[in-house]
Design a protein. Sequence first.
Length: 202
Amino acid sequence: MGVATRKETKERTRQALIDSGLELFAELGLNAPSLDQICGNAKFTRGAFYVHFRDRDHFILCCMEQVGKPLLDYVFGDESAGFNTVVERFTHAFIGGGYPLGPTGMIEPAQLIEACARSPEISSLYVSFVADATERLARKIEVAQEQGALRADVDAKTIAEILMAIIIGAQTMLELDSKLASVPAAALAMAKLLQITTTAKE
């Protein structure tokens, strides 16, 4: 019983630190919050921090793990969620703050790329998220093509890769100047270009 209680306490401490980091990263960006700020906001010491995390980059990695998979699961949903639903969910997450690189709760793409360049572990995790999203998106596109809802003259995987490139590129443009690009508008426009209208079918 005592061992379980210690485990639970350790897990609560770890989670409190991650929650604190996510809050401060959303408010100040990925680079600004110091470890002292993160620990102080969670009401724990640096000693408690180093019980759970090797260093700052390992902490960022753990924060990414907590956010990344649930976000992908929300956007892509179960097998019944179609391509249009995926686009709508992504747009909702981006505008509503559920997407870490969105305009609210902004983490600047350049800061993420900088972290990837610094840490092979962070880079590997981010690449795995992009690869997973691309694969899941390709499956949604393939189903929509089979149903006659999307044009089928381009490979589904290629379309998914182009969509992901547009989203990542628009994020960078948005960081440079908010007037340069709208990520949701870019995603919706590309989805519209892929759709087959009734007239086209006839």
